[in-house]
Write a protein that binds this ligand. Structure first.
Ligand SMILES: [Zn+2]
Length: 98
């Protein structure tokens, strides 16, 4: 077996190894994406504290997610700022959402 032949074999083997390595990397990134999707599906509109289903209640034009199991109240990003601009919202929310 000459040195040239050996190099050629190595070349093709290296290509094969590279291909497999890339395939594993691609699969791992797909699995990470699938896991993110799975977690989102699992936790979507679920209470972070007790896991019960959340119910949307429109309050002062803001969609508030309320857990009627443990009493938790959830606001999306930016919603607290929207409420702060409305006078009396805190007292009103305290009465309604207790
Ligand atoms: Zn809850």
């Amino acid at each position: 077996m000459s040195h040239q032949t050996e190099s050629e074999e190595e070349y093709f083997l290296r290509q094969e190894i590279e291909k497999k390595r890339e395939a594993v990397k691609k699969r791992q990134s797909e699995l990470a994406e699938e896991e993110r999707e799975r977690l989102k599906e699992l936790h979507w509109m679920r209470c972070a504290k007790c896991g019960a289903e959340l119910h949307e209640v429109v309050f002062n034009g803001v969609k508030v997610d309320k857990c009627f199991s443990c009493g938790g109240v959830y606001l999306d990003d930016g919603e607290l700022e929207q409420l702060v601009g409305k006078p009396g919202w805190f007292e009103s929310m305290s009465r309604l959402f207790r």
